[in-house]
Design a protein around this ligand. Structure first.
Ligand code: PHE
Length: 447
C-alpha cells in the first residue's frame, strides 16, 4: 500500500467509513418497503431489538477478527486460525461480496439515472401511469441501465484506487455529513406535510397483529444485511481501525447511525406517501415509482426529487466502496497486486457478473433459475443464505475455536478498557447469535 500507513488515520474517519459501508440502499430503499409490507411499527421494533441484541455484538466480532489480525478477510482467518482450513470462511466472504455487489450495483446505477431525470425535469408533470412507464422502460432496457451500472462501478473503483486514507476515508468524511444533512432537510419537509401524523403513526405505532413470523425473520435478515454483517466488510474495515479505539463504542456508533438513517428514511417517505394518498406497501418500487409521484404533487417537487436521489446515490456509493474494498484488500495483500490493478480487475469481474443482473430486468427476464430472475436469485441467495451462513461460520470460529482470553484482550484493548459487559457479549457470540442464525437459515430452506 505504498508509504501510507495501514489503516484509517482517525477514529472519526473509521466511524464515518464503516457507518458509510453499513448505511446504504438497505436503509433507504429496502427498509421502508419492508416496513410497509410488514405493518409498520411492529417491524421497526423487531428490527431495533435485533440490531441491539445481535447487530452490535456481531459487528464487534468482525472488528475483533480484523483488528487482531491486521489483515484482509482471507489473511485474517489464516493468521488467527492457524490451521489452514479456516481460510475457507474468508474465501466464502469474497464470493458473497462479489455476488452482493453484482446485484447491488444495478440499483445503485438506477440512482444516477434518476438524478439525471430529476435534474432535466423529466419526472415532473407526469401522470402516475407515465411515472411507472418511465421506470419500466428504463429498467427493462439494455444500454442505459448497463451504462449507469458501469458508471457507478467506475466511480467506486476510482475512490478505491486512491487508497484507504486518501480515498475511502476522505470521501466518507465528506459524503456522510452531507448525507445526514440532506436527510434532515428531507425529514423536515416531510414532517410539515398534511398527513405527517398518519405517517408517523404508521412507523411508530406497533400493531403486532400485523407482524407475522415471516416478518420477524425479515426483520432479522434485514438487520444483518443493513449492518453489512457476514461478508467481511467489517473484518476489512475493522483491520483499518486504531488499536486505541474502543471496539464496543465504534460498533455501537455504526449500529445506531444505521438504525437512525433507516428510521429517518421512513420518516421522509411515509408522511409523504399518506399525504398524497399512495399505498405504503408497494414493494421495491416504493422509491422509484411512488416517490416520484409524491414529488410531482409537491410544490418545488423537482428540487426535492434531485436531493432525494443524490442522497440515495451517496448512500449506495459508500456501501459499494466497502464491498469492493473487501476484494481489493485481499488481492493487494494476498496476491501482491497494486491497488490500481486490483481496483480495475475486480471492477471488471464484478461488471461481467453484474451485467446479467441488470439484463435480467429486460432481455433476460424470461431466464429463470428456481423461478427467480438472476437479480432476484442473487438478492435472495445472498440475504437468506450466504450472509447468515458466513456469519454463523464466523461466530463458530470466534466463539468456539479462538481463545476467549484473546477475544477479551482485543475488546478491552489489552485490559485498558473496562469489560463489564464482556460476559454478555460472549454469551451472545457463543450461543444466542448462532441459534438465531440457524433459525434464519433453516426457515429460509423450508420456505
Ligand atoms: N449494508 C449495506 C446496505 O444497507 C449493504 C451491504 C451489505 C454493504 C454487505 C456491504 C456489505 O445497503
Amino acid at each position: 500500500m505504498g508509504k501510507e500507513q495501514r489503516g484509517f488515520s482517525s477514529s472519526l474517519g473509521a466511524i464515518m467509513a464503516a457507518a458509510g459501508g453499513a448505511i446504504g440502499l438497505g436503509n433507504i430503499w429496502r427498509y421502508p418497503y419492508m416496513l410497509g409490507e410488514n405493518g409498520g411499527g411492529a417491524f421497526l421494533l423487531a428490527n431495533m431489538f435485533f440490531v441491539l441484541a445481535f447487530g452490535i455484538p456481531l459487528i464487534m466480532s468482525e472488528f475483533v477478527i480484523g483488528r487482531r489480525s491486521q489483515s484482509n478477510v482471507v489473511g485474517a482467518y489464516r493468521k488467527l486460525g492457524k490451521k489452514k482450513g479456516w481460510t475457507i470462511i474468508g474465501y466464502f466472504s469474497l464470493i458473497s461480496a462479489l455476488l452482493i455487489y453484482a446485484f447491488y450495483s444495478v440499483v445503485s446505477g438506477w440512482t444516477l439515472n434518476y438524478i439525471v431525470l430529476a435534474c432535466t425535469n423529466k419526472l415532473s408533470g407526469l401522470s402516475p401511469e407515465q411515472v411507472t412507464e418511465t421506470f419500466t422502460t428504463f429498467t427493462t432496457g439494455t444500454f442505459w441501465p448497463v451504462f449507469y451500472q458501469l458508471l457507478f462501478l467506475i466511480m467506486t473503483a476510482l475512490v478505491i484506487t486512491f487508497g484507504v486514507q486518501k480515498g475511502i476515508e476522505k470521501v466518507s468524511k465528506v459524503l456522510m455529513p452531507m448525507l445526514f444533512l440532506l436527510l434532515l432537510f428531507m425529514c423536515i419537509r416531510s414532517l410539515t406535510l398534511p398527513a405527517a401524523k398518519q405517517g408517523l403513526h404508521f412507523i411508530f405505532h406497533p400493531d403486532f397483529s400485523k407482524l407475522k413470523m415471516s416478518g420477524v425473520l425479515d426483520a432479522l435478515g434485514q438487520s444483518f444485511f443493513s449492518l453489512s454483517i457476514g461478508v467481511g466488510a467489517m473484518v476489512t474495515y475493522g483491520s483499518y481501525t486504531s488499536k486505541e479505539d474502543s471496539i464496543f463504542k465504534t460498533s455501537t456508533w455504526i449500529a445506531v447511525c444505521d438504525l437512525l438513517v433507516a428510521v429517518a428514511a421512513g420518516v421522509v417517505i411515509f408522511p409523504a406517501v399518506f399525504s398524497f394518498g399512495m399505498d405504503p406497501a408497494s414493494g421495491p418500487e416504493l422509491v422509484y415509482v411512488v416517490l416520484p409521484n409524491v414529488f410531482n404533487s409537491m410544490p418545488a417537487g423537482t428540487l426535492f426529487a434531485v436531493i432525494f436521489f443524490v442522497l440515495l446515490s451517496i448512500a449506495a456509493l459508500t456501501s459499494t466502496i466497502s464491498l469492493q474494498e473487501i476484494l481489493v484488500a485481499y488481492t493487494v495483500e494476498e496476491r501482491q497486486w497494486n491497488r490500481r490493478k486490483s481496483s480495475i480487475i475486480s471492477m471488471l469481474v464484478i461488471f461481467a457478473v453484474g451485467i446479467f443482473c441488470t439484463l435480467s430486468f429486460g432481455p433476460l427476464s424470461n431466464f429463470k433459475i428456481f423461478g427467480f430472475t438472476i437479480f432476484d436469485l442473487f438478492d435472495h441467495v445472498t440475504a437468506s443464505y450466504l450472509l447468515p451462513i458466513g456469519t454463523l461460520a464466523m461466530t463458530i470460529f470466534l466463539g468456539w475455536f479462538y481463545p476467549k482470553a484473546e477475544v477479551k484482550d482485543e475488546i478491552t484493548n489489552g485490559g485498558a478498557l473496562k469489560g463489564n459487559l464482556f460476559e454478555l457479549y460472549y454469551f451472545i457470540l457463543r450461543y444466542a447469535a448462532p441459534i438465531a442464525l440457524v433459525i434464519i437459515i433453516v426457515s429460509g430452506i423450508v420456505e
